[in-house]
Design a protein around this ligand. Structure first.
Ligand SMILES: Nc1ncnc2c1ncn2[C@@H]1O[C@H](COP(=O)(O)OP(=O)(O)O)[C@@H](O)[C@H]1O
Ligand SMILES: [Mg+2]
Length: 262
């Protein structure tokens, strides 16, 4: 488990639910709440990508968002990630209603509450793995030495303690994605959002990345993964299936429920 200096009391900090009952989910603030989220893109007529989506994800859950191409998965991720605003409806992150926030306030909330992992890694070339991860804390007002210390710890957590000074193009695809995951967790986000995290990896590196995501889940991280990979989805404790901008089904494996919230 990583610990980030100087950021006590972050909402949704993994493993600090402090509840003693068996039903963790009923008493803690949900990590994510969507209420009747509609998203229309401009057009004649407008394109309704999300037709009123309501979803609650509790702290410590790992959820897969699955569905065919065009069903609204990426739109949903962008809206959960505050990268885009809904046309109507509410998005609440760790209890914080984002509806009326200015762009500036939103980007602060994003840097504090969310960690992103994308198919394309989005690492900065010409910058070490350590500094790519330390950059994840830029907006937290943490001094460079502390950012680097936290980055080192996060990289050790993902098994890259021996690659701190490597630049991305000296790393394999699987290693790059692990750097991206270290960057996503370094600020101890309330939610880690992953969009097709294994999409650019060979099956062996993809499996290693999924294993790491599972470990992070068991550490207590709340994780939402978008995937169209059926095999990957089948292994997840909860699957939300999208179709035509709606949630078609929401299935949980009873024995997996809130595994990360122990
Ligand atoms: N920026 C955009 N402008 C217009 N239409 C869009 C835009 N992004 C997505 N769409 C449309 O919204 C629907 C959902 O797309 P998307 O969320 O990308 O689905 P998925 O990720 O499941 O493939 C599709 O019909 C798509 O064409
Ligand atoms: Mg998509």
């Amino acid at each position: 488990m990583t610990s980030t200096p100087g950021t006590p009391g972050t909402p949704g900090t993994p493993g600090t639910t402090g509840t003693t009952g068996t039903s963790v989910t009923s008493v803690t603030t949900p990590a994510l709440e969507l209420v009747e989220v509609v998203k229309e893109y401009p057009g004649e007529p407008p394109i309704r990508a999300l037709g009123g989506v309501s979803l609650r994800v509790d702290e410590g859950e790992m959820v897969g968002i699955v569905g065919p191409s065009g069903s609204g998965k990426s739109t949903l991720l962008h809206i959960i990630g505050t990268l885009d605003r809904p046309t109507s409806g509410m998005v609440r992150l760790a209890g914080v209603d984002t509806s009326d926030m200015s762009d500036r306030h939103l980007s602060a909330v994003r840097s504090q509450l969310l960690g992103f992992v994308f198919q394309q890694f989005f690492l900065l070339e010409g910058m070490s793995a350590l500094d790519n991860v330390a950059n994840g804390l830029l907006y937290r007002g943490v001094a460079l030495a502390k950012r680097r210390a936290a980055a080192k710890e996060a990289l050790e957590r993902v098994g890259l303690g021996h690659r701190l000074q490597h630049v991305p193009n000296k790393l394999s695809g699987g290693e790059r994605q692990r750097v991206a995951m270290a960057r996503a967790i370094v600020n101890r986000p309330a939610i880690m959002l992953a969009d097709e995290p294994t999409g650019n990896l060979d099956s062996k590196s993809g499996a290693a990345v999924m294993e790491l995501i599972n470990e992070l889940h068991h550490d207590g991280h709340t994780i939402i993964i978008i995937t169209h990979d059926r095999e990957l989805a089948a292994a997840l404790p909860r699957r939300v299936s999208m179709r035509d901008g709606h949630i078609e089904s929401d299935e949980r494996e009873p024995d997996h429920a809130a595994a990360g919230a122990r």
